[in-house]
Ligand binder design. Structure first.
Ligand code: CDP
Length: 782
């Protein structure tokens, strides 16, 4: 039932491309560049035609002979060669030999728990093993904790399946991540972040469009994955209210993890099926293995409870692993960036090629600085006389654009060693090919809830032992490798065994709102793999009450809460947006601009003495607003948006990151659309919004800040007589962050977006407010 038109269209495009490039090809010899689009389109057209059968009449008289020519040419077709090559790579993955097992396991069971080393092929192959199964009439969702992994996996799987990606009618693979929806009607496999699948459950709590949900990277234990497992357990066991909406249509769940911690997951699902806890009567060895073909039959007699009832199956895929030599520092280092710099050049000087280097660091800021330091050093070390190969430094962290993230997958140019500077994204989410050397700082940035402050903050912390082992393993995927730990052996021994799941260390207001919005009344008894403390749940409920997201009478979600839950934002930012949409405030669009900045990477380029001339500093200063950082961000976004000629140049002149700003504009567009869907703004109002530069009046400025105050009741501090700031809730000392336009200013009271910890507690993104606003904001009816 494929549409005929696109077939014809594709062929037409392909044919005209072919004609255009023919002469060129004759001159150049068959350049890959010229061939690619031609064959790609033709190939799609070809495969469509087999499906559409009968489209021939539309295609005109000459096409047949041209297609014959194409068929004759096919052996030289670089795309076909690539496809063959991809298939060979797939066949060499450790998971390939398990394809039949995996298919069978899901034929017979509702749940498959699949443990396997990173790089064994779980994420890319499992959806391809399953999508042709007879029971799989709907879509397959594959969830990822990180956007970058969802996008890059989708791209990879589409390529392996030989179909376009996303919205095209021929595309079998798509992805949906926050602020980027690239899903087409005919997609069979959809990669998405855990958060996006939870969002989908708002309109479709039974996930009826899916036959299978693959929950990947469960070992990361994000709050969202824990929530998702809770909802999926209800659906797959038929025990939740939503499950009835599936009307008997089966749902299969695959839970995948890089660690062999299958026991806990199995118990969790067993409990959902009403089975007794299995841990007492299952020998662990039999339980987590299903290594060969007759595994299912081995499993049944030996494992009582869940596995024997045809509900849950477990499988373990052995990874490929070459020996990795591990070295430690003899003394702890104070500066891991400096230590890394030293090690990178040491490896480059002494170690043979090929062999790329993967360095695990904490965040974008550290990565950018180290990249600069390496690039500064290159001319001194890699001189003509040294005979050393070139070095190519590639950053990899979540906030980078997709194109930049994709760069790490390309092989290094000849005579060049790649150095990838990554956050813990590269620990399990992304496999970087070519790596033989790993340098591990032993640190990661993790989200931590600060009780006294009532806030989440990102802290640089020691990683767990299992993370250190994952990082080390990245060096031995393709050949024997080496891992240098920038800490001592006793430091390693002292690391915690596993990371604490996020649900035990973050603010739970988003999680609780997620549950409430999906009809969970008693959040305390929602099935969770790890149960947070009662106090933490209660604190979240309290904050949601403060934000008017719950009804004070019965604790159920309020209409306002429902609006907040539909926005892909924290409840605090969601509440701010909803407040701004109130006609009395009338500042939704500017508030969206500011929230978009808070949900993107920093737009301000760090000013270093050497790279900022007076003119640029002055231009940047002109964007500053005396009320503080919120309105400064707004003025920067508005000025950028009003620039119609050369935004890149404008950004450069104002020391603004063009890349971050492009991202802000994307997020802004998406948020505007989502606000329209949530009926916070009408289509007409949105259409009337222009990007002409208007000055923000004093009263609008105040209203904007009052809206943020509404969303962030806990983020207020006042000046106390000793000249410092103290938070109103908790009476903690905070200082204004040096990056703020209000740095070192003494103001009656401040409102801030977040805390950062370095040597002291800083409030970042700060604005000046008046104490009498508090009463006005919180007394106002909602
Ligand atoms: O999920 P798991 O870590 O077990 O493996 P995977 O993500 O399916 O990756 C299997 C292999 O596919 C990797 O070793 C890479 O060679 C390749 N791959 C890739 O080239 N590009 C991607 N975006 C993802 C995977």
């Amino acid at each position: 039932d494929a549409p005929k038109k696109p077939v014809y269209k594709n062929l037409q495009i392909a044919e005209s491309l072919k004609a255009q490039s023919k002469a060129k090809n004759q001159l150049l010899g068959k350049s890959q560049k010229a061939e690619k689009p031609k064959f790609k389109n033709l190939q799609i057209a070809e495969s469509q035609k087999t499906v559409a059968n009968g489209a021939q009449d539309d295609e005109g008289p000459n096409v047949e002979s041209q297609k014959q020519e194409y068929r004759d040419n096919r052996p030289q077709n670089p795309l076909a060669a690539r496809q063959k090559n991809l298939l060979e790579v797939r066949q060499s993955l450790p998971i390939w030999s398990q394809a039949a097992n995996i298919r069978n396991a899901l034929l017979e069971n509702h749940v498959l728990i699949l443990a396997g080393e990173t790089g064994s092929g779980k994420s890319t192959q499992v959806p391809q093993f399953l999508h042709t199964s007879a029971w799989c009439t709907g879509r397959i969702a594959v969830t990822q904790p990180r956007r970058v992994a969802a996008v890059s996996l989708a791209r990879r799987v589409a390529e392996e399946m030989g179909t376009p990606l996303g919205k095209s009618p021929q595309a079998l693979v798509g992805y949906n991540v926050r602020f980027d929806d690239n899903v087409g009607k005919n997609n069979k496999v959809k990669f998405l972040t855990e958060g996006m699948l939870l969002q989908e459950m708002l309109r479709d709590p039974a996930l009826v469009e899916y036959s299978c949900v693959v929950v990947d990277e469960v070992h990361e234990r994000s709050v969202n994955v824990d929530l998702l497992l809770g909802f999926l357990r209800g659906l797959v066991t038929g025990t939740s209210e939503a499950a009835k909406k599936r009307k008997g249509k089966p749902l299969k769940v695959v839970v995948m993890s890089a660690t062999a911690d299958t026991e806990k997951l199995k118990d969790f699902f067993s409990e959902g099926f009403g089975e007794p806890r299995a841990e007492d009567n299952i020998p662990a060895v039999n339980d987590t293995t299903s290594l060969n073909k007759d595994d299912a039959s081995v499993e049944k007699p030996q494992v009582p409870s869940a596995s024997s009832s045809g509900k849950i199956s477990t499988c373990f895929v052995e990874g490929r692993m070459y020996p990795v030599q591990t070295e430690y520092l003899s003394e702890p280092t104070r500066d891991f960036s400096e230590a890394a710099l030293l090690q990178i050049f040491q490896i480059h000087r002494k170690e043979p090629m090929p062999g790329d280097v993967l360095v695990f660091l904490t965040g974008g800021d550290v990565i950018t600085n180290l990249q600069q330091a390496i690039e500064d050093m290159i001319p001194n070390v890699i001189t003509r006389d040294s005979g050393l190969p070139k070095l190519l430094v590639l950053p990899l962290y979540a906030a980078l654009s997709q194109a930049q993230q994709q760069a790490i997958f390309s092989p290094a140019p000849p005579n060049t060693r790649k150095v990838i500077l990554a956050t813990n994204i590269a620990e399990t989410s992304i496999t970087v090919p070519g790596v033989r050397f790993v340098i591990d700082s032993g640190k990661a940035k993790i989200k931590q809830f600060r009780n006294r402050l009532g806030l989440d903050s990102l802290l640089v912390k020691d990683i767990s032992k299992s993370s250190a082992i994952q990082r080390q393993g990245r060096a031995g995927r393709e050949a024997a490798g080496k891992c240098i730990r920038l800490y001592t052996k006793p430091n390693f021994e002292a690391l915690e065994k596993d990371a604490v799941p996020e649900i035990l260390r973050c603010d739970l207001s988003s999680a609780v709102l997620t549950m409430k919005a999906r009809g969970v009344q008693d959040v305390m008894s929602f099935p969770l793999l790890t149960r947070p403390s009662r106090e933490a749940m209660e604190r979240a409920l309290l904050l949601l009450l403060q934000l008017d997201a719950l009804n004070p009478e019965d604790g159920n979600i309020s209409d306002l809460g429902r609006k907040i839950a539909r926005l892909p934002l924290t409840p605090a930012h969601g509440r701010t947006i909803v407040a701004a949409a109130d006609p009395e405030m009338g500042c939704l669009l500017p508030v969206i601009d500011i929230v978009a900045c808070f949900n993107s990477e920093n737009i301000f380029v760090e000013i270093k003495d050497q790279d900022a001339n007076d003119e640029a500093r002055e231009a940047r200063n002109k964007l500053s607003r005396r009320q503080g950082d919120h309105l400064t961000l707004l003025s920067a976004v508005q000025a950028y948006a009003s620039e119609r000629t050369d935004r890149k140049q404008w950004a450069k002149q104002h020391l603004i990151s063009h890349r971050s700003m492009q991202n802000v504009m994307d997020v802004r567009k998406q948020l505007r659309a989502q606000c329209q869907q949530a009926k916070l703004i009408t289509k007409e109002e949105l259409a009337a919004a222009d990007d002409d530069l208007d000055t923000v009046s004093e009263s609008t400025g105040n209203n904007i800040l009052k809206c943020f105050l509404r969303g962030f009741p806990a983020n207020v501090a006042r000046l106390v007589p000793d000249g410092s700031y103290r938070t109103i809730q908790g009476h903690m000392a905070v200082a204004i962050h040096p990056s703020s336009v209000l740095y070192s200013r003494k103001l009656e009271a401040i409102l801030y977006n977040e805390f950062v910890y370095t040597n002291r507690t800083y409030a970042r993104s700060v604005s000046a407010i008046q104490m009498n606003w508090l009463e006005e904001v919180y007394a106002a009816p909602t």
